[in-house]
Design a protein around this ligand. Sequence first.
Ligand code: GLU
Length: 516
Amino acid sequence: MNSRKVRVRFAPSPTGPLHIGGVRTALYNYLFAKKHGGDFILRIEDTDQNRFVSGAEEYIIESLKWCGIEPNEGVGFGNGDFAPYRQSERKEIYRQYAEKLVNEGNAYYAFDSATELEDARVRMDGSFSYNSFSRMGLKNSLSLPADEVKKKLDAKENFVIRLKVPEADEIHLTDIIRGPILVQSAQIDDKVLFKSDGMPTYHLANVVDDYLMKITHVIRGEEWLPSAPLHVLLYEYLGWKNAMPEFAHLPLLLRPDGNGKLSKRDGDRLGFPVFPLSGEFPDAKTGKPEKITGYREAGYFPDAFINILAMLGWNPGTEQEIFSMDELINTFSFDHIQKSGAKFNPEKAKWFNQQYLHKKNPTELADHFTPILQTKLAVGSPQLANKEFVKTVCSLVREKATFVSDFWTLSSYIFIAPSEYDSEVIKKRWNEKSKSFFELLIGNLNKLSSFKITDIDATIKQTCEQLGIKTGEVMQLVRVLVSGKGSGVDLLGMMELLGKDEVCKRIEKAVMVISK
Ligand code: GLU
């Protein structure tokens, strides 16, 4: 690694909602920066005005904030020494570099209209490339006489500036994850760097900003690997080869059931989110507004979400799967990033959330559960006002849940006394002795001055002994009479929580209904 202070950037284009693959790129940048005491920057690459989608930038910022990937500097996170961080606000910077490239013979003006390029494409049977083989037959400052070029520029004719890619050169680069890469320059076309509307294209703006912002490592998705050799050429031509960042191209996220790239369609089809937050954005193809579901709204905890993403393409080299952000920072390295695509497994994603849910403390869970309870229980309900009660419900149900949204189904009978009783269990277990057992049990429970799990347990056992019944024969009935259900949370824990009066009242009512 070079000796400069590590500075990395996440550089999304605000062309739609941020895909989870993008969040993973941001995460790996963040982990790498933190591990090396470096800086992590958020740069918004919005030079392509045609693809700009309103709300996308805010969505990116909110997503990063939600999952705790906080940049040190960048749009939405405060200025460092390199502001502005939105490329549309840096417009003036790029032109001088485009002109420097032209002046030094490494780029040129091209005046071909869209129709002329289309004609060339048709002439070449679709195999057309603007490159060293075709450029002299097209309309540019290399093929036209100098005075004609000057005339066109003076008349402010539309132009683009294209990189003059050498005819036969070898471009070498080393990717941290993929190793040495050799590309023949003949495979690269003369990419547009700058347009007459005053805007740079991605390639120029990206390289100029990485240089000016002193970026040491470019960590981005594999889809940008084909652009890397072009960027290497730009560093060379701009005289920045010594300051060129190291490259690390991350494996693609693949859909669960094939080798295709994970898309919104896969999520819709298989029922899992591919975005961090819910929202509404125009569909990339039709432009129609479309709702998207996010991990946040699906009930994932941000730390579980981070853990899920971290393991998509990276592993610690051990069996450990659960990592806090700090543990990830300590353990993360490029050595264990895989080259091949990472298959997304929605069931595993749920498993991660479940692991986090089981470890959460009841106070935090109660904070998440309370808004749900507010929609289910009457305003002013005493249980809702009793935080300790809600917390205990949370600790009773969390072992059986994957999301906090499962809590209501798992615990509604704790809040609302049942009026129906599992008929299968009643049919199987209710016999001639049952009524007297429960009447005696109510009497014994009522005598208790302390209503703890151990007291309740001892009283049930004692009542069984009095009537010569085995405890095993009545326990499920006790559950059904108190909760209406044949299975559920820890029975004695639930009874302790409900309290003596409520438990006796429930059993009394059940005996009446069942023995009617
Ligand atoms: N603006 C590019 C994107 O939207 C950035 C690629 C890069 O990191 O160089 O992904």
